[in-house]
Ligand binder design. Structure first.
Ligand code: ATP
Ligand code: MG
Length: 756
């Protein structure tokens, strides 16, 4: 994404002002890094990398009170984890103390700074206000000799804190208050975590930062908007020194340029380090790495990946005006990332025992794919299945409402990946609470003929592992939290005795999974051998979306900076009610389709019935997925423009989907075949054979790829010179020539490998 900082850097390189870009990230080691810092890091390190320059890591450590080596170590750890490396360019402002002292002596010597002995209150009084000019301090007229003497004695420890400060001789009438003789040195009798008792005077930010930048040869000093007013002072200080290669008190190696961008603020999130420290100190959270904290350490422990954080920073971009970013965007990036990364598993959070009657011998171990087809990742795991299993207590209702799509007495459901069962008996304990269900396994024709209500997940009684699950939610329950009293009381719910499938049992901390229907989870470091603890990273859908919807109008009114939106603003299942919602959820689960597809199927009974008929005719697994998409994408369109009924039904759909699933025909061909079947009916396989539209075999596809490469030499040259977007052009050309018979993904892979 283009942004104004990149424009400035490009112009500076083009004009020859700089040949190498040098940026820096300057945290104060007084707390852990948070998601706001991540944005600054992505800008500072990201731009340096992009322009083959370098980015320094500088600890901005000039306040002995709050700084600590623990924070230095945490900052380094989190930065590396985010994927950034400073190499040998690690610096500390505290390493410059001597040099900064000499540079201050230079200012005094040239009459640009003086020692002021006004009290803090008096100094404020003299400074004036936005509407009134300030008055010069009576000490402004001190001689250079007196100033030098006082400054040396300040350093030697002859005075108490607050007795003297060193101030710049700025402009007491300036409209910019920062220029009204700001202090640059103060007396502070506190040991510093790195320099110990060596100093009792410490340089202040506005003086230290610009000079540190200059000492390091920084070209672009990027910071957040609140420093906009400090820029005049930044430039003023640097202007007092000559630019020279010879390091001396009156010289600096270069004059860096300060550039400000908007600070990141996120809804439902607090980002001030002071407040975060308070959360930790008051034990409102378990520490800086509590999974509810917006810190990098907390997010890592929550199961969020560096890729997701970087994608988020890229999505929100860099702007010149402050804005409030919807936390939903961050959650979108987290889901988008984990969807392709986290293998699927089943975990029952609140178990209800089920005894299975009639379980056949050949269903005792099931091989289930670890990812849905869209994720495009291979892998499977084994699911043992025995006579006793657990299902989610809330998936059973003794007296269900109409259109209940889960289990109830006499009802039939599909156990995810396993088969169809019918609830024949409800067992109660002495208190009358349901303690167990007895369900019959339906086999063969019974299963095919079954009127299945929906699909639910389960865990095998004999092999499931008992785990603790920590359900995390947003730490604050108001959009713009201002006080620690606005904590969300349900930000952590801990569940014990959850049952997870054995495939996840041997994982180490950090491993992530999607627990189907529940969300993304990761193994917490609190886990011990034999006893896993899982953190919920994020739910599968934005459970806050509906509630937020009520405020949508209100929020539109607020000025917002230009921000990229998540790819879709499609309706979400969370906004559906009752039976429709359950049906849609069950379709997602069973067929791994998008929410939009599931919603269409749940809301249009005729479409839903076609899907059911195809499933009954054998369209399960990948074929079921294809049918669901065909029905919503193509059958719906056919129905909309036809007068006469369709000449195909569930059986034909299942057959056609089978051809797509096993690679015989492409999706594009299936669409075409479907259109023909609508009138003529008949067997899809026979029609495919007579039309000669089976998918191109590898050699034929390869020949076509070569043909395209030969036909577009200019485009090939541009692609090789660094225009990867042309890949889409090549694939498009190929698809056109192949008349739909080519597999686009395979073609893309071939182009990529042959074009190098
Ligand atoms: P403090 O409240 O102590 O001033 P800070 O959040 O400014 O804390 P620093 O350690 O000074 O923390 O920040 C290091 C760098 O990160 C600075 O350049 C700062 O501008 C940037 N930064 C801090 N918070 C954000 C944020 N929310 N969005 C973007 N950048 C940020
Ligand atoms: Mg700061």
């Amino acid at each position: 994404m283009q942004n104004f900082i990149r424009d400035i850097i490009e112009a500076d390189l083009q004009s020859g002002k700089h040949t190498t870009v040098v940026t820096r990230f300057p945290p104060e080691p007084n707390g852990y890094l948070h998601i706001g810092h991540a944005k600054a890091i992505c800008v500072d390190f990201g731009l340096a990398t992009e322009f083959q320059g370098r980015c320094h890591l500088r600890m901005d450590d000039t306040n002995p009170d709050a700084e600590d080596v623990e924070y230095v170590e945490a900052i380094k750890r989190d930065l590396r984890w985010l994927g950034f490396e400073w190499g040998e360019h690690l610096f500390y402002a505290s390493d410059y103390y001597e040099r900064l002292y000499e540079h201050a002596v230079h200012l005094i010597r040239t009459g640009k700074a003086y020692v002021c002995s006004l009290s803090e209150d008096a100094m404020r009084e003299y400074r004036g206000s936005l509407t009134e000019p300030g008055r010069p301090s009576p000490h402004r007229a001190r001689s250079v000799e007196e100033n030098l003497d006082l400054f040396a004695r300040m350093r030697a420890g002859e005075f108490a804190e607050g007795e003297h400060v060193v101030r710049i001789k700025g402009d007491m009438a300036s409209a910019n208050m920062k220029l009204r003789d700001p202090a640059i040195y103060r007396i502070k009798r506190a040991p510093h975590y790195r320099t110990g008792d060596a100093w009792c005077i410490y340089p202040l930010y506005d003086y230290t930062h610009c000079l540190s930048d200059a000492f390091e040869g920084i070209t672009h000093s990027i910071c957040t908007l609140e420093f906009e007013n400090n820029r005049d002072l930044y430039d003023w200080v640097l202007a007092q020194y000559e630019v020279s290669e010879t390091a001396g008190p009156g010289t600096i190696p270069c004059r860096p340029r300060q550039i400000e961008f908007a600070r990141l603020a996120i809804t439902y999130t607090m980002m001030s380090k002071r407040k975060l420290l308070q959360l930790v100190e008051e034990k409102r959270v378990t520490g800086w790495d509590d999974p509810r904290m917006p810190t990098i350490a907390g997010m890592r422990r929550r199961g969020i990946t560096p890729e997701a954080i970087r994608a988020f920073c890229e999505m929100i971009g860099v702007a010149k005006n402050n804005s409030l970013v919807d936390v939903g965007k961050l959650e979108f990036c987290i889901r988008d990332d984990l969807n392709h990364r986290a293998p699927r598993a089943m975990c029952v959070l609140e178990p209800l025992a089920v005894e299975l009657v009639g379980l056949p011998a050949d269903r005792r171990t099931i091989e289930a794919p670890s990812f849905p087809p869209e994720a495009g990742k291979a892998g499977s795991r084994l699911l043992p299945l025995g006579e006793t299993i657990f299902i989610e207590r809330e998936d059973f209702l003794e007296t269900p409402p109409p259109k209940w799509h889960r289990l109830s007495p006499g009802a039939m459901v599909r156990l995810r990946h396993a088969g169809v069962v019918r609830c024949d008996e409800v067992v109660r304990d002495a208190n009358g609470t349901v303690s167990k269900l007895v369900c019959r396994w339906l086999d063969g024709d019974d299963a095919v003929a079954a009127k299945v209500k929906g699909t639910i997940h389960w865990a095998d009684g004999a092999t499931a592992h008992d785990v603790e699950v920590r359900l995390y939610d947003r730490l604050f329950d108001v959009e713009v939290p201002e006080s620690l009293e606005q904590l969300n009381p349900r930000s952590l719910v801990t569940l014990e005795g959850c049952k997870v499938e054995p495939s996840v049992a041997s994982q180490s901390p950090g491993a992530t999974f999607q627990f189907e229907r529940h969300g993304y989870f990761c193994v917490d470091p609190d886990s011990t051998t034999g006893r896993l603890v899982f953190n919920r990273t994020v739910t599968l859908r934005d459970s806050w979306a509906k509630e937020d919807g009520a405020h949508a109008e209100e929020r539109k009114e607020k000025p917002r900076a230009k921000e990229a939106q998540p790819a879709s603003k499609a309706p979400s299942i969370a906004s559906l009610e009752g039976a429709e919602r359950v049906r849609a959820e069950s379709i997602v689960l069973e067929h791994d389709v998008s929410e939009a597809v599931a919603i269409a199927l749940a809301q249009h009974p005729d479409l839903g019935a076609l899907l059911d008929a195809a499933v009954a005719a054998g369209a399960t697994g990948k074929a079921g997925h294809v049918v669901a998409n065909l029905v919503v994408g193509d059958v719906r369109a056919l129905l909309a423009r036809r007068e006469s009924p369709l000449a195909f039904g569930g059986k034909e759909l299942a057959e056609l989907a089978g051809l797509v699933a096993n690679g015989t025909v492409t999706g594009a061909v299936a669409k075409d075949v479907l259109g023909r079947l609508a009138d003529s009916g008949g067997s899809p396989a026979a029609l495919v054979a007579s039309l000669g539209v089976t998918t191109l075999a590898a050699d034929a596809l390869g020949a076509l790829v070569d043909e395209i490469i030969a036909a577009f030499p200019d485009e090939v040259a541009r692609y090789r010179a660094g225009k990867p977007a042309l890949l889409g052009f090549f694939v498009g050309q190929l698809m056109r020539r192949a008349k739909g018979k080519a597999d686009a993904k395979a073609a893309e892979d071939l182009f990529r490998s042959r074009l190098g």
